[in-house]
Design a protein around this ligand. Sequence first.
Ligand SMILES: [Fe+2]
Ligand SMILES: [Fe+2]
Length: 310
Amino acid sequence: MKISHHYDYGSTYRQSLQVNWQVDDLIGGEKTLDFRKSFLPEVWVDADALDFLSDKEKLTVNHIRSHSYLYLFGFVEESIVPFVLEHVQGRLHKAAPDELRALLHFAEEEVKHIELFQRFCQEFRGGFGSTCDVLGSPETVAAAILSKSPLGAGLAILHIEWMTLLHYVSSVRDRVDIDPQFSSLLRHHWLEESQHAKLDTMIVQAIAQPLSEREIQEGIDDYLAIGGILDGGFTAQMDMDLASFTRATGRTLSGDEATRYREVQQRSYRKTFLTSGMRHGKFQSILAAISPEGARQVAQVADTLVPDDD
Ligand SMILES: [Fe+2]
Ligand SMILES: [Fe+2]
């Protein structure tokens, strides 16, 4: 098993020290959300596919999805901190100082990201005008992820890291029509996740190295099981979004419209959080180095979830 990369702990740690932004630089005080604008790029919301809605209602869908994006990200990142800390604990007295400092800094940055998402959520709730319900109990999801094998959890986190980079790179850079504060959040998250993706590649490599073929297959099955847990969460979130839409706009959708809303939004949640990671070139190549069959299996599941990704 040989994952091909040119990463090392020392230079990745030094890159992370150069980035070094603070939450207050991004939100609070004069830095507020402009509710006249979209927050997330349309490619991650697909409100335009809901052609029975007015432009104003589509903007409301964008805002509801942006709120759930903030919340769900804070949510999944809560599982990354204990995962990294547990890995570091196993490396104490073995690893060089560069590796330990890089990994501890990785965990510390994720704590900062959780605070960042929470602060944006607070700002959102102060300006949106009605409540947006969200899934309860992030601890339960974090516990479910951490109850899986280290390879399964490590792959899920690696998927999240590469996916975050794609969210910014593919759709935000050079766009001017979304709210500048939200765009700044995606950009600053990307700046630090760029180092996390490298660090997590090295973590996954270290975890997978001594495993037998059977243990690797178990890790891939665990990764897919985590995806299944998240997919169930997105379906529940989508129903909450529909209720939030009615509360915000005063419009109750007809039976056909509600069905269409669910179809479009289920595909959109899956594309944003699941298949964009499963199909990511870097993620797929790391997976293929660990298990070519596992990489094919993950690609097949992605095709079942969203057959016609664009
Ligand atoms: Fe993060
Ligand atoms: Fe990260």
